[in-house]
Design a protein around this ligand. Sequence first.
Ligand SMILES: NC(=O)c1ccc[n+]([C@@H]2O[C@H](COP(=O)([O-])OP(=O)(O)OC[C@H]3O[C@@H](n4cnc5c(N)ncnc54)[C@H](OP(=O)(O)O)[C@@H]3O)[C@@H](O)[C@H]2O)c1
Length: 288
Amino acid sequence: MTETTRPAHRVSVIGTGAIGGAVARRLLAAGHEVTVWNRTASRSAGLVEAGALPAGSPGEAASSATLILLTLTDYAAVLRCLAEPDADLSGRTIVVMCTGTAGDARQAARRVAALGADYLDAGVQASPETIGTDAATILYSGSRPAFERHLTTLGALSRPHFVGDTPEAAAIWDLALFGVWYDAQLGLLRALDTVREAGIDLTEFSHTAAVQLGHVVTAVPATVSELLRADYPAGPADLTGHLTVVRHLIGLRSDRRLGDGGLPAAAARIEELIADRRGGEGLTATIG
Ligand SMILES: NC(=O)c1ccc[n+]([C@@H]2O[C@H](COP(=O)([O-])OP(=O)(O)OC[C@H]3O[C@@H](n4cnc5c(N)ncnc54)[C@H](OP(=O)(O)O)[C@@H]3O)[C@@H](O)[C@H]2O)c1
């Protein structure tokens, strides 16, 4: 975690829910002058007691700081809070910290540019309790000069990680990471649902499932290296072998309440590669 070594900055936190509240508390603890605004004023009363300055509107909060963090449910709420038509926020940096799509981030960046401010999008890979610890990662993209200007302040919240100069890079990275989790967790749930129905002991099965998930984790560096080298060697199975198993799985998962996890599309891609005489390659070839 980066310690505050430069003079404290005036920071505004717009939206003091779970993440925003934790962010504001951490900034206060790091010695910053923090202004807060929340739609439901009572939700920021504790922060005001702890030393934050209350603002009467999002516009007032934005104009009272050089660094403005919007920690709101979604980008629709962000656009509502940035709606004051003739506001001039030039010289300020606006950081949008919420989960959303690439299109959401680009739209927010356009609005922020119209207000004259620099834009940073932030993907929060952290729970409120981890804000301010090394367990928190926050991904930033957009204006690199603004990121560098506020690095010390942002470093009080998490390990700051600049992931790209486009406004949407952090949103894409953040969502892709959530996708890794959902794919793995829903894959596990599909398996548990199936084996339970077959009368298989769930606890015994879970030990073997944990080993299987471990194989995915262990293979991450090798998979990336294959992509970087554009070389896709077969592992324990080649694409022809994979196709057989994937088709069995499609059968096993047919009519299940969590669906088939997109396996038919993967099978179609593997068939395409086999037709192209690439059946001896490994699974990474599907995106090579
Ligand atoms: N919590 C987590 O563990 C976590 C982890 C990673 C990412 N995130 C992301 O971080 C963002 C914030 O999450 P959170 O957990 O802090 O949510 P939260 O506790 O539900 O807080 C949401 C905040 O947004 C405000 N808000 C919602 N709609 C609004 C509107 N139309 N106008 C003005 N303010 C509005 C709420 O104000 P009121 O108090 O008035 O309702 C509240 O301050 C989300 O995008 C979430 O996906 C959260």
